[in-house]
Design a protein around this ligand. Structure first.
Ligand code: TTP
Length: 703
């Protein structure tokens, strides 16, 4: 076996997933040009998912429904539901659980987003090869499989017809050595057997859920992901290593997994190259010189199609969270509004946490609250955390309020909240097994013992809020691409060190004896939550929430310092604070909210702003663009408020950076400067003037 061809890795991705979910709910939508949209008032709403029939008419994601209808008059529109005043993704999450359940019967999978999963099929392929008695492979077992690069004589311009697919498949199968069956098998044969398994898996998914999907089969995650997109929908593609050179020669660097963001741009800028194949012109030493040893070596292999990132079995989320945007004039400007919406979010969180506890037998111990302040161009301004005492919305919302109230510069005696908030996010994390005795008593006693364990492990003292800075790996400063990737590489090691202390605030000792005393504020890295014996794939959808919360952190620049994969170079002024809700003296710990590239398999690149956002967070991320588009529309027709609105438009049209790349620090400081300006008097002026935003306000109130 050649270097880099040792494994068989597949990526399975659902086709126009939200559309399929809506089509199953309403079969009249099947086989029609159909979209899923959010909101309805402004231009019929914004489109977030598009059926392939609608794509044939030129309809794309991010169009307004009214504009899309001009392209396709028969367009059917399904709407994202709303709950607690926000987008409700429950149907999509639950559909995802169904799909993952079926896939999990075939291989250990790593969920990559709401509708994608990686799987390492190497062992399954070996087993299948042992069991195979035939020495000829029947092409009918691969009836939806394309082989990239085959047929070798075909013209690039030839359309991807069934005939072409079939010719390519036959040519590929003929190239495999029959005698290798049962012996040391070739890489090509292994990919082929992997493709059988994926054909079976996709058929099972369709049979049992009604959903169709596509897949890529290759030797690593990067190639599998790339292959999956080559022949969508409802098809799968084998990408042999030998076909990579030709493919990479015309493939823009940004199309490669993990290179869609700042790292990809910096490679292009630094080396003056556009396509992946161009990188093969550089020696390993040259790449190491520019990007550091690890990144250079990684790039040297990657541009040859070689990559070794493991498929990590993941069944459960590390956190569960929810959020809501309040753009423009809908921003929360009174304490009452903040409390009201925290409570709405807490209701959802309580519901989902309770379900998670029942299904997965675990409880979360930490509560994080994130906010964005009006005028802040970044996705989030601050996040703070405290102990999560019990799953009760009233308690969650009051604790959440307690730990962020010091951000209100209007002061506690005033009804106002200044600066107003344009985002609220709450999430629960630090899961541990629920006590076997069950019930709240057991839960609380677990909390107590966990807190004690935190203290004994971390040897914290009352001054530990200061110590936290010295022990948190998250606070380390890394300004280079090299450190960026080093962090990614180090991640698994960090995760193993499940006891590492990260941040402390509030009372640190002695350990609390009861629930009411358990706001220790002390935190430690949670141990691997996947150890719970009761955890089951059925709970997968809660994972969505978790990563949703982690996605919020990604997409909204909120970080939980306890998630080791978030511990990457500090490039953002966003702050995370861990504290006792009753104690406002906690120490801020500056953290980078952005995961390293290698740690962010759940991210999708937003078509609008190129930010990477978890797929299931997209509707909420789209809220942001939607609101800003609206504001832009209004402001362009409102000369009276041009000066003030242009300020907001510029902030919206260049959403904040999410990734910790080499230019992060510079961007952060620019952002910081603007924030000061916009959240101060200028922001007040904007609000008091009303201007175009008043129309926006009334719009949002209607929704
Ligand atoms: P994708 O897998 O990116 O797209 P898709 O499944 O709709 O279509 P394709 O067949 O091309 O893979 O996203 C999965 C779901 O995530 C999508 O159906 C809706 C949601 N989503 C958004 O809400 N907004 C977005 O910007 C993106 C990219 C996805």
């Amino acid at each position: 076996m050649e270097y880099g061809e040792e494994r068989v890795v597949a990526l399975v991705d659902m086709d126009c997933f939200y559309v399929q979910v809506e089509q199953r709910l309403n079969p009249a939508l099947r086989n029609t040009p159909c979209v899923v949209a959010q909101y309805k008032t402004w231009k019929g709403g914004g489109i977030i998912a598009v059926s392939y029939e609608a794509r044939d008419h030129g309809v794309t994601r991010n169009m307004w429904v009214d504009d899309a209808k001009n392209l396709c008059q028969d367009l059917q529109v399904a709407r994202v539901r709303e709950l607690h005043g926000k987008a409700d993704l429950t149907h999509y999450r639950e559909a995802s659980v169904e799909v993952i359940e079926v896939m999990s019967r075939f291989a250990v999978i790593e969920r990559a987003s709401i509708d994608e999963a990686y799987m390492d099929l190497t062992a399954a392929v070996q087993q299948r090869l042992k069991d195979m008695s035939v020495n000829r492979i029947d092409p009918s077992l691969l009836k939806t499989t394309y082989i990239q690069g085959y047929p070798q004589s075909s013209s690039e311009l030839e359309p991807h017809t069934e005939d072409l697919r079939s010719r390519g498949l036959h040519q590929w199968l003929a190239s495999l050595t029959p005698s290798s069956l049962g012996e040391q098998s070739s890489a090509g044969l292994q990919l082929t057997v992997g493709a059988f398994i994926v054909e079976e898996m996709r058929a099972a998914v369709e049979e049992q859920t009604g959903f169709r999907c596509s897949a890529g089969i290759s030797h690593n995650k990067v190639l599998a992901k790339l292959a999956c997109g080559l022949n969508k929908p409802n098809r799968q593609t084998i990408l042999p290593l030998a076909s990579v050179t030709e493919l990479f020669n015309s493939l823009p660097i940004g199309k490669i997994r993990n290179l869609g963001g700042k790292l990809g741009s910096s490679i292009t800028e630094t080396l003056g190259v556009e396509n992946m194949g161009d990188l093969t012109r550089f020696s390993q030493a040259q790449l190491e010189l520019h990007f550091g040893d690890k990144t250079g070596r990684w790039l040297y292999d990657l541009c040859r199609g070689i990559e070794f990132e493991a498929v990590k079995p993941r069944q459960l989320p590390k956190s569960i969270g929810c959020s809501k945007n309040f753009p423009g004039k809908t921003s929360l400007a009174t304490k009452e509004e903040v409390q009201f919406w925290l409570h709405q979010l807490a209701l959802e969180l309580e519901e989902r946490l309770t379900k998670d506890r029942d299904v997965n037998g675990r409880v979360a111990k930490s509560l994080t609250v994130g906010v964005r302040q009006l005028g802040d161009k970044r996705p989030s301004s601050f996040s703070r955390c405290c102990a999560l005492v019990r799953y009760e919305a009233t308690k969650i919302s009051s604790d959440s309020f307690a730990i962020i109230k010091s951000l209100n510069t209007a002061g506690n005696q005033q009804a106002a909240w200044t600066p107003p908030l344009t985002l609220l996010h709450i999430s629960a994390s630090k899961f541990s097994d629920a006590p076997s005795s069950g019930g709240i008593t057991g839960f609380l006693s677990t909390e107590t013992s966990l807190s004690q364990s935190r203290f004994s492990t971390s040897q914290l003292s009352n001054k530990s809020s200061l110590d936290a800075k010295s022990v948190s790996p998250c606070k380390q400063q890394h300004g280079t691409i090299q450190s960026f990737f080093q962090k990614a590489t180090e991640r698994p090691t960090i995760q193993k060190d499940g006891e590492e202390e990260v941040s402390v605030g509030g009372k640190a000792s002695p350990a609390p004896k009861s629930a009411s005393e358990s706001h220790s504020g002390a935190e430690r890295r949670s141990s691997d939550v996947s150890e719970s014996p009761r955890r089951h794939i059925k709970s997968f959808f809660q994972k969505r929430s978790t990563e949703r919360s982690s996605s919020m952190k990604n997409s909204l620049n909120i970080v939980e310092k306890n998630n080791s994969e978030d511990c990457v170079p500090v490039v953002s002024p966003s702050r995370t604070q861990c504290e006792n809700p009753d104690n406002e003296q906690a120490t801020d710990v500056e953290l980078n909210p952005n995961p390293p590239s290698g740690a962010s398999e759940d991210l999708l690149t937003c078509d609008r702003c190129s930010q990477e956002v978890l797929a299931w967070e997209m509707p909420e991320h789209n809220d942001y663009h939607f609101a800003m588009d609206l504001q832009k529309s209004f402001s362009s027709s409102s000369s009276s408020s041009a000066a003030t609105t242009s300020c907001n438009i510029s902030s919206s049209s260049s959403p904040p950076p999410l990734r910790g790349g080499v230019t992060g620090s510079a961007q952060s400081s620019r952002v910081k400067t603007k924030i000061r300006g916009q959240s101060g008097p200028a922001a007040k002026k904007l609000r008091s003037q009303g201007g175009s935003a008043s129309t926006l306000d009334s719009f949002f109130k209607k929704n």
